[in-house]
Write a protein that binds this ligand. Structure first.
Ligand SMILES: Nc1ncnc2c1ncn2[C@@H]1O[C@H](COP(=O)(O)OP(=O)(O)OP(=O)(O)O)[C@@H](O)[C@H]1O
Ligand SMILES: [Mg+2]
Length: 238
């Protein structure tokens, strides 16, 4: 297994955000991480990607401990966070070049342009980011998350704010990454039909605990993902 999460606890002052979270992800999974608002999805992703520390519990990414071996982990992961800033005075091309340098990735101009094209921003390479719509910034953020060719890609609501074409482009891109490069995809989303289309496994989190995990095909035999979601969360966290 490529991600192992054991008994993760996280409090923010008096509020328990994660309350003994346990799950695992296999290499090559497109893993759907579902749960109502406030359930603990972003907190989990922030811990798994080393942005925040858990109070207790254990996370192994490809066998490396997030607390002690973050340098190893950073080489093989990347993330599209829930909210991110963009250097608006740069062009799309300059922005991706900047992150390539941070990752010590040597890229030819045409490779960067191909990446820009793969997220549907062809022709926009030399446009300044401040002229981009929200959906276009979203696409650029996804390109940024691919800059180091990660083996594991964490996406926190990547389709948020995208039009139907944008959603479809992102689906196709994720499916291609998964099929062609075997990229493991950890996807947090509220779009349950996207989950049905994309994911092979899911976990549902509610009040900081996993309330359901399973194989999408097996779950579908028992009802829709939406049915299972409402049954497992009883309408959700406050
Ligand atoms: N920095 C913080 N300080 C205090 N409380 C926080 C902080 N970040 C998150 N929380 C709380 O922790 C809980 C889990 O939040 P989290 O952002 O992980 O939820 P989520 O599942 O990502 O929700 P959403 O679907 O709305 O994005 C919430 O109750 C939230 O209010
Ligand atoms: Mg969130």
């Amino acid at each position: 297994m490529i991600i192992l999460v054991e008994n993760l606890q996280k409090r923010y002052d008096w509020h328990t955000a994660l309350d003994g979270l346990d799950f695992s992800v296999e290499e090559g999974d497109i893993f759907g991480f579902l749960g109502p608002n406030g359930a603990g999805k972003t907190t989990t992703i922030r811990i798994l990607t080393g942005i925040t520390r858990a109070d207790s519990g254990r996370v192994l990414i490809d066998g490396h401990n997030v607390n002690t071996e973050s340098a190893e982990i950073k080489k093989i992961i990347n993330a599209f966070p829930e909210s991110s800033g963009y250097y608006e005075w740069m062009t799309a091309y300059e922005y991706l070049e900047f992150f390539s340098h941070l990752y010590n990735e040597k890229r030819l101009r045409r490779e960067t342009c191909k990446l820009i094209e793969s997220v549907g921003l062809q022709g926009k390479e030399n446009h300044l980011i401040y002229t981009f719509s929200r959906g276009m910034k979203q696409r650029l953020g996804i390109a940024r998350a691919l800059i180091n060719r990660p083996r594991i890609l964490f996406l926190d609501e990547p389709a948020n704010g995208l039009d139907p074409k944008g959603r479809k482009d992102i689906h196709d891109l994720l499916i291609n990454l998964n099929r062609e490069h075997g990229t493991t995809i950890f996807l947090s989303t509220h779009l349950l039909d996207d989950v049905e289309r994309l994911c092979n496994r899911i976990a549902i989190i509610n009040f900081g605990k996993i309330v359901r995990t399973g194989d999408v095909k097996k779950i579908e035999g028992k009802g829709t993902i939406e049915d299972i979601f409402f049954l497992s969360t009883q309408g959700g966290a406050p």
